[in-house]
Design a protein around this ligand. Structure first.
Ligand code: AP5
Ligand code: ZN
Length: 213
């Protein structure tokens, strides 16, 4: 099963992806995580991407399309995958359709997680992530047992550079201008599954599983 997780920054794509990959046994492909990993490794691609990410803008299409094309052809994607944060504009969606055609694959479901903007700002500015294992937390909605320490691996929790109010505001605008048109794009293909993203994390997981079957 090939799935796209669509939704604004902070909608819970990453949070739900971590649970969904366990249930369905398919890998999560997060372009945001891939770009942050490239930055951490100090590669030229990562350093270039940071300029855009810090401003809340999209990294150039050619960069992310290349990353995804390479990733979906790796062995662990043979049984399917979950795209998180890609595609993010119509030209990325068209490029994805083109590469899937070539590979004889298709997208089965596009899960769109919907959350109002004021809640998104609170979620993003309170998000914390584990430096070691990547687990996600929220200072108020999903706090770790010990302040600043990951429950799962004991790693240090940090705040993403782009989770400040100014960059979040720009990311939300980029979402409504460039990514939201994908809702129609996939609705026209009959693949869109809208999910109410407000409520308890486990409850939302249940809503997604009910749709995916
Ligand atoms: P990316 O890393 O993809 O970030 P994003 O799309 O902005 O999404 P987030 O990771 O911020 O949100 P999420 O929906 O995963 O929320 P989460 O589950 O963590 O992209 C970052 C940047 O990289 C972009 O700005 C761009 O520059 C670049 N980039 C990436 N992909 C690109 C592409 N394809 N093309 C071009 N550029 C690209 O949840 C958020 C918080 O809320 C957490 O603290 C969580 O604990 C909490 N939470 C989750 N669910 C709930 C709930 N139900 N109730 C309360 N709190 C909740
Ligand atoms: Zn951890």
């Amino acid at each position: 099963m090939n799935i796209i997780l669509l939704g604004p920054p902070g909608a819970g794509k990453g949070t739900q992806a971590k649970r969904l990959i366990d249930k369905y046994g398919i890998p999560q492909i997060s372009t945001g995580d891939m770009l942050r990993a490239a930055l951490k490794a100090g590669t030229p691609l990562g350093l270039e991407a940071k300029k855009y990410m810090d401003k809340g803008e999209l990294v150039p299409d050619s960069v992310v399309i290349g990353l995804v094309k390479e990733r979906i052809q790796q062995g662990d994607c043979a049984k399917g995958y979950m795209l998180d944060g890609f595609p993010r504009n119509v030209s990325q969606a068209e490029a994805l359709d083109g590469m899937l055609d070539q590979l004889g694959q298709k997208i089965d479901h596009v899960v769109c997680i919907e959350v109002p903007n004021d809640e998104l700002v609170e979620r993003l500015t309170g998000r914390r992530t584990c430096r070691e294992c990547g687990a996600g937390y929220h200072v108020k909605f999903d706090p770790p047992k010990k302040d600043g320490i990951c429950d799962k691996c004991g790693g240090e929790l940090y705040q993403r550079d782009d989770d400040n109010v100014q960059t979040v505001t720009s990311r939300l605008k980029v979402y409504s201008d460039q990514t939201e048109p994908l809702i129609n794009y996939y609705d026209n293909q009959g693949k869109l599954r809208r999910i109410d993203g407000v409520g308890d994390i486990d409850e939302i997981f249940g809503r997604i599983v009910a749709v995916l079957g």
